[in-house]
Design a protein around this ligand. Structure first.
Ligand code: ZN
Length: 261
């Protein structure tokens, strides 16, 4: 059984910008999925913003082990109900990988709870990624550092919560540094943010980048059954307590009443 990955692309500049279309003729999402499908352990398909329910129906997400998300120009066009659906699947155990300008994607901001801001410059600079967590599964089979000849710069401070692990730190030609590979746990779901991937550069054709994404999908995969009703908050009445207890003190709630949400 292979890991079922879905690569979600907003698919805007892929259609409207000549440079992007030349580098990614089938769209960035297709290139990323093709890279993942080079490994028989992963079975990757795609979904885009323009599809009905952005291609992310309840059934599709149920069947998805790991969702990869690339967004930039159209964060605001993503339906809030779909965002909530994605977030609940992460809490229930689905893996989520956020790529490049998805630092401002609605599901990432919702899961982080912080502004997720950064500094940036589009000048085709060299980016050098250093592996800062060498034994991490996402860094498997990578050199201690590798370079991308042309990339957009993202700089600190990156206003995200402190991660579980910082797997990569990037240095840019202009002097800035950035925590470019960060892991989180949200509910039962594993979340990975990975910085490179500006659409006017051939980043997703790079061998090391493909390796990182392959590693990240396998790291984020949760083989256990998806949890259900993760947003519920059930009451445990006195008579069901494990030890015998006697009710005392004033009460706000009636027996059997739903809690506030
Ligand atoms: Zn960019």
């Amino acid at each position: 059984m292979s890991i079922k990955a879905v690569v979600w692309g907003e698919n805007v500049h892929d259609q409207t910008n000549r440079v992007v279309a030349d580098i990614y003729p089938g769209g960035m999402h297709t290139c990323i999925a093709d890279g993942l499908n080079e490994d028989a352990r992963i079975s990757a398909t795609t979904a885009t913003l323009q599809q009905s329910e952005h291609g992310l129906t309840e059934q599709r997400l149920k069947d998805t082990d790991v969702l990869l998300w690339w967004g930039h120009a159209a964060h605001g066009d993503v339906d809030d109900a779909i965002v909530e659906r994605v977030v609940e699947h992460v809490w229930s155990g689905m893996g989520l990988i956020l790529l490049h300008s998805s630092h401002f994607a609605k599901p990432f901001k919702r899961l982080m709870g912080t502004p997720c801001g950064l500094t940036w410059r589009e000048a085709g600079e060299r980016e050098r990624l250093w592996v800062t967590s060498p034994n991490h599964p996402i860094a498997e089979d990578l050199p201690d550092h590798f370079e991308l000849e042309n990339e957009e710069m993202y700089g600190e401070p990156f206003s995200v919560p402190e991660p579980m692990d910082t797997v990569f730190i990037s240095w840019f030609q202009g002097g800035e540094v950035f925590r470019s590979g960060l892991t989180y746990k949200r509910g039962a779901g594993s979340v990975f943010y990975f910085r490179p991937g500006h659409e006017t550069y051939p980043t997703y054709h790079d061998t090391n980048i493909k390796k990182v994404l392959n590693n990240a999908v396998r790291w984020a995969y949760n083989p256990q059954q998806r949890r259900t009703n993760v947003t519920d908050a059930p009451n445990t009445p006195v008579e069901n307590a494990l030890e015998t207890i006697e009710e005392c003190g004033p009460k706000l709630h009636q027996d059997g009443e739903e809690g506030y949400k």
